[in-house]
Design a protein. Sequence first.
Length: 252
Amino acid sequence: MDALTVVSAIVSLAGAATAATLGYWTQRRLRLMDQRNLMETYGASLAWAAYDLQSRLYNIVHGHEVDRSPGPSRGLMTAFHLHGTPEERDYVRRSTAFVIGEYLGWVEILRRDVQFLDLGRSRANQRVMEEISSIGTALNRTSADSNVLRLWRVEQRAIGELMVHADGEPGRRRCLGYAEFCEKLEGDEVVGRWFAPLIADVDRLAEDTGPAVPRLVELQQRLLALIEVLDPKAERFPHFREPARASARSAD
C-alpha cells in the first residue's frame, strides 16, 4: 500500500468519525430541543392545572375561616355544598374531584412524553421534578387528624392515566375536559369507581373541614411552589400568589 493510499484511508476515517460525531451532537441537540418544547407546552398546562387545584384548596380553607368568623357570610363548602341547591352541591363535588384528576393527568402526560430521567442537567427541570414529587408525597401522607383527599402514589398514577385523553399521541396529549369527565363519571364504571372515594371525601370536608385544614394548606403550598418554578416571572399568574400565601399563613 503506497503513501497516498494510506493518507486517503486516514482522511476517509477522519471524515467518517467527524460526520458521526457531528451527527451525534446534532441528534442530541434536536432531542434536547424537543424535550424543551414539550416542557414548555406541557409545563404551561401543568401550571394551569396546579393553579386550579390550589385555587380550590384556597377556597375550601378560606371558606372554613369565613365560616368561623362572625357574621352572615358563608364559605364555599357551607354555602354551596351544605346549604346550596342540589346542582350546586353536585358541582362542588365533581369539580373538586376534577381539578385533582386534571393535575394528576398532566403529571402523567409529562411522565410519558418528557421522561423525567432524560431531562438533562437543567436545574429548572430538576426543580420541576422535585416539586411534583413533593406534591405526590403530600397527597400520599397519612395524618392523625384527617386523611381526606389522600391518594396513595399508585392511586395517583391510576387517576392520572384515566384523565389522559385516549385520542392523544406523543407530543400532543391532553387531559379530559370537564364535560368529558362528568360524562365518564356517570357512564364509565371504571372512572366512577376510582373517583368515588374522592367525591366521598368532599362530602366529609363539607361536614367538618377543620381537621383537614393543615393537610390542605400543605398541599396548597406545594402547588404554589410548583407554579413558582413553572412561572418564575409571574407572567401567567401575576395576582394570586400573595392572597393565597396570606390565607395559608392565617390557617397555620
